[in-house]
Design a protein around this ligand. Structure first.
Ligand SMILES: [Zn+2]
Length: 339
């Protein structure tokens, strides 16, 4: 080969290498990049990073309908999760029907196909290990696609107060939370402080499961299930354990002071909010963004028998939209003790 040709080949290789690296490493607002993904990556499931700063590889979709569940807000395309999370929702829906007196569950957001930050709502739900379940039971009939966009969940609170309405909060709701908290892979469950207080005031007998139920802003239309980092995810960053305290003492009392609800004073100079960039996420998330995916969602729907194997055995046991309230409000202080 002549040296000129050799140079041209080498130059060509360099250019294509640069473009490959460029495709992987191009930075931008992470919520735009991940929000534009319509399908997951193929391959083994893996959560990278933290619940509020990460991404998901090998996600699978919860089917839109099952015997004991219906997915709401289908247009958001957030019914994706780690197969363990998706399997757990199915299991919870069966148990809700069998043990807690529910007809079935209405399922809100899980994650985007490749996880990551979202354009609207949710600070977490980024690694496929978080899911929102409505506190409104599934009706006997199937909702139409249009109803799934428009039907509103019911607030459990009494008017404008911080307390639940006893007409709305039923023992079946306590039973559902207890069932969810009883699964070993469940790490935390977020509920409104008023719901936590109701549990503290009424639960008799075994209260050990209540340690996992944590008070947080929002969460009066739905509750939020968070599961632990799963095997096969070496870069998944766990949250500190909740401990065994039922959480009904001091940490709960804080929520019934003015502090969590008061507005922060205006800063002297306007502060530009930090936009989470792709480069803020774990490095591997740039690869997750660019990795090949399936040709359709059907191929990677849980239990479909396509690219996804049969359901993995899950170990035994408004002013704002109902599922948009996980985002930490900008104008309230963060509680001293992490929820
Ligand atoms: Zn949530």
């Amino acid at each position: 080969m002549k040296s000129k040709t050799l140079l041209r080949v080498a130059l060509g290789a360099l250019i294509s290498l640069t473009s490959v690296i460029g495709a992987v490493a191009e930075d931008g607002p992470a919520k735009q990049l991940f929000g534009a993904q319509t399908l997951p990556t193929l391959g083994a499931p893996r959560s990278d990073g933290f619940y509020a700063k990460g991404c998901l590889a090998g996600g699978v979709a919860l089917p839109e309908d099952g015997p004991t569940w219906q997915v709401m807000r289908l247009s958001r395309n957030r019914r994706w999760g780690h197969p363990r999370m998706v399997g757990l929702i199915e299991k919870l829906s069966h148990d809700a029907a069998a043990k807690a007196g529910w007809n079935g569950l209405l399922v809100g957001d899980i994650s985007q196909p490749r996880g990551g930050p979202m354009i609207t709502g949710h600070a977490s739900h980024q690694v496929g290990l978080d899911a929102d379940i409505w506190l409104t039971p599934m009706p006997k009939r199937r909702f139409t696609a249009d109803e799934r966009e428009k039907v509103e969940a019911t607030s459990m609170l009494k008017g404008d107060t911080l307390f639940v309405d006893p007409q709305k909060w039923t023992p079946s709701r306590t039973a559902l939370l207890k069932t969810a908290a009883s699964y070993p892979e469940v790490e935390r469950i977020f509920v409104h402080p008023g719901i936590k207080k109701e549990l503290c005031d009424t639960v008799q007998g075994d209260r050990s499961w209540m340690a996992k139920v944590r008070p947080y802003w929002g969460h009066y239309y739905h509750f939020h299930i968070r599961i632990k980092c799963q095997p096969g995810s070496p870069n998944c960053k766990p949250q500190e354990p909740t401990g065994s305290d039922d959480g009904c003492g001091k940490p709960l009392a804080w929520w019934f002071t003015d502090e969590p609800w008061k507005k922060k004073p205006e800063p002297a100079k306007p502060v530009k909010p930090h936009v989470m960039m792709l480069s803020d996420l774990p490095k591997v998330c740039a690869q997750v963004l660019n990795a090949p995916g399936p040709s359709s969602a059907a191929e990677v729907t849980y239990g479909s028998g396509g690219a996804v194997a049969a359901p993995a055995k899950v170990a035994a046991p408004a002013a704002f939209a109902p599922d948009d309230d996980d985002t930490l409000p900008e104008d309230v202080p963060v509680p001293g003790q992490k929820p």
